[in-house]
Design a protein around this ligand. Structure first.
Ligand SMILES: [Cu+2]
Length: 167
């Protein structure tokens, strides 16, 4: 649908270019309205959409530091159970955030983990936390056992990362 609209638009642009003279505007305007009308239709959520599953178990705390010992999560490695939550707390040296790499998150839990993260900056990325005691909690409800490497986007180059193992 959208592709067809773009093709129409490109065709109209070419026609306009070939037409020459000062009458380019009216045909381009008409063509621009066509894809708009088409794009309005498919706005409902995809059939495969995943709903957030709230945590029902224990909440584990991970603190985020940036100081003279470096940028780090503490603990950087933790083991939890499916259904637990992990609360990331900004302590110093922000902004920090928590992000899971779509390429390394177990594929069978990627959509669920993404659905469990509120207020994302991007896929699998929490918002930035700037002030001390700001926190962000990730539910591991419905997350399958496996290794979930995570990192802080602003400090990835400073090796601010960790791994959550879900049992
Ligand atoms: Cu950071």
């Amino acid at each position: 649908m959208r592709f067809y609209g773009l093709a129409l638009l490109a065709g109209a642009a070419m026609l306009g270019a070939c037409g020459g003279g000062g009458e380019k505007t009216p045909p381009a305007d008409t063509a621009a309205k066509t894809p708009e009308a088409g794009a309005a239709a498919p706005t409902t959520s995809a059939p495969g959409a995943v709903a957030k599953i709230p945590a029902t178990g224990q909440t584990h705390e991970v603190k985020m530091y940036g100081d003279d010992k470096g940028y780090r999560f503490d603990p950087a490695n933790l083991t939890i159970k499916s259904g637990d939550a992990v609360k990331f707390i900004m302590v110093s040296g922000g902004p920090h955030n928590v992000a899971f790499d779509p390429a390394t998150v177990p594929a069978d839990s990627k959509a669920q983990l993404n659905a469990n993260m509120d207020q994302q900056m991007a896929e699998l990325q929490s918002p930035l936390m700037i002030n001390p005691n700001e926190a962000y909690t990730v539910s591991f409800g419905g997350i399958k056992p496996g290794q979930y490497p995570f990192h802080c986007v602003p400090h990835l180059a400073m090796n601010m990362k960790g791994v959550i193992t879900v049992q």
